[in-house]
Unconditional design. Sequence first.
Length: 260
Amino acid sequence: MAGTGRIYLDHLAVGTQCWADGYPVLVDALGGRWTGGHDQGEFAPCRLAYRDGMQLEIISPGSDGWSGFMRRFLDHDGPGPHHLSFYVPSLEAATRDLATLGLSTFGGRDTPARREAFLHPKEAGLGTLIQIAEAADDPDGPGLSAPDGFPRNPPGPASIAWIGLSAESVGFATALFRDALGGAVAGSGAGWRLFSWGPQRRLLVRQSPAEPVAPPLWAVPVGVAHLAVGPADASPAQAGAAQAFDYDPRLGLWVWSVGD
């Protein structure tokens, strides 16, 4: 979807020791389709596609990553959510909009094919790194073919209902995700908002002690707390009881099935 001329939520990246640590949940259970991967030295990301082109990314240390940022992340936090990525038509414009909220960015690549910047996990009280990227269509090319050991014959790709995120302030999160990053408010309640950038691209943000859906989904006080699969139009206010997939500590991400 790069190059659409609009802002959208592109993917959630989950840090693991190696790509294969993500396969049991993200491929065998959720049916992720391999779309590409690269060893970039310090880190190695691979992309998995689900319904309507929504992606999840597995990001691991690369061949030169013994002391890189992914090695530091895993040594400090262990496997789990690493960043949320948003694509924007103009990095300069996005940076200006973020500055009006008092947010500054740092780091990132700056090449003819891709420009990016990051919001620190503590900067906006979100607990998870936010990546803002401006890129040409498929800036990295098709990447490697699926590696040996990639699961064969996975089930059909799951429908991503939302990514659950605990924030320090749902009001500030609204200013960020609606006003600066163009998300539509698709649902709301006391202490929570559901932001949407189109089918499968939804972010459910809550501020403690609000607990939309079910309390076990919010074990993480700040940061990405879970991935919910189910109907693409599932409403947190109307969803039935949530059921957890088997938790895999090698992935470090809670995945729940939601729906009536």
